[in-house]
Design a protein around this ligand. Structure first.
Ligand code: ADP
Length: 266
């Protein structure tokens, strides 16, 4: 896998910038002035103990949670807040937020398919209603994506009749149908029976190999993370305590906390 070729780290505008991002739930400060960048085409895996803020980072990008402080930029455009001319932090308008938010897709641990719709309706719903594609155009593309995730023959099925692994592959096709520049993957195999994990990871490897979509992944599948990521960031209590290319991170972690964490899960 020529995984490092696509990334031009340090060149051009980063795809994602977190600048002094803070997030608290009540009194619980989960992220405190967090800073990091992700380059265009880069695939970054977030690892770290449960509760260290990994999912919150993805949900902030997806605008499913509100920022408590700081800024997130996508291709240089402020996502939910910007600095105005006098340097004051102001919220973006809803319309502006949704325009940028369209560039981001997310796949969740629990699939989150619409249970009352067929597989193909799940995949075409947003392209038709959000992107304004014609029904024919959306269906043609959805069929191609369903083929790609190995479910070309399940288009008319209802999701409840599919296995968890198949449902997750529909969720991946649904996210890709929006042609996102950024794909967020939040423990997408954690709810699956072990024998179903391989197919889902296979689909994701294929996407990593054949597209230059920027990916942010939270996963416990360390071999997968090692194979597909360009960079791994280790979180503890909302802070990046170590980051490295995956081979270095997994073979030769520097921080005691990382060593302990990897020993416990590998
Ligand atoms: P991770 O993904 O690393 O396991 P999370 O981002 O899910 O961590 O959670 C970080 C912290 O934020 C935890 O203490 C968690 O309890 C808290 N948290 C996450 N979501 C919410 C929420 N909606 N309401 C209150 N607390 C939350």
């Amino acid at each position: 896998m020529a995984k490092r070729a696509a990334v031009q780290n340090g060149a051009g505008t980063p795809r994602i910038v977190f600048e002094d991002v803070s997030k608290q739930f009540g009194k619980n400060i989960v992220l405190n002035e967090l800073n990091f960048n992700v380059a265009k085409g880069e695939r970054v895996t977030l690892i770290g103990p449960s509760g260290s803020g990994k999912t919150t980072i993805l949900r902030l990008l997806m605008t499913l949670e509100e920022l408590s402080g700081g800024y997130i930029y996508v291709d240089g455009d402020p996502l939910t807040h910007k600095k105005n001319d006098t340097g004051k932090r102001v919220a973006m308008k809803t319309k502006e937020v949704s325009a940028i938010r369209k560039r981001i897709g997310m796949v969740f641990q629990q699939f989150n398919l619409f249970p009352n719709m067929s597989v193909i309706e799940n995949v075409t719903e947003a392209p038709i209603h959000v992107l304004g594609q014609s029904k024919d155009e959306a269906r043609e593309k959805a069929n191609r994506l369903l083929d790609q995730v190995g479910l070309g023959d399940k288009a008319e099925e209802h999701p409840t009749r599919l296995s968890g692994g198949q449902q997750q592959r529909v969720a991946i096709a649904r996210a890709l149908a929006m042609e996102p520049e950024i794909l967020l993957l939040d423990e997408v195999t954690s709810a699956l029976d072990p024998e179903l994990v391989g197919d889902v990871l296979g689909v994701l490897r294929d996407i990593a190999d054949t597209t230059d979509i920027t990916m942010l992944l939270v996963t416990h599948e360390m071999q997968f993370a090692r194979d597909v990521s360009h960079r791994v960031m280790m979180f503890d209590a909302g802070h990046i305590i170590e980051e490295a290319e995956p081979d270095a991170m997994f073979s030769d972690p520097q921080h005691e906390r990382t060593k302990k964490f990897l020993q416990a899960i590998l």
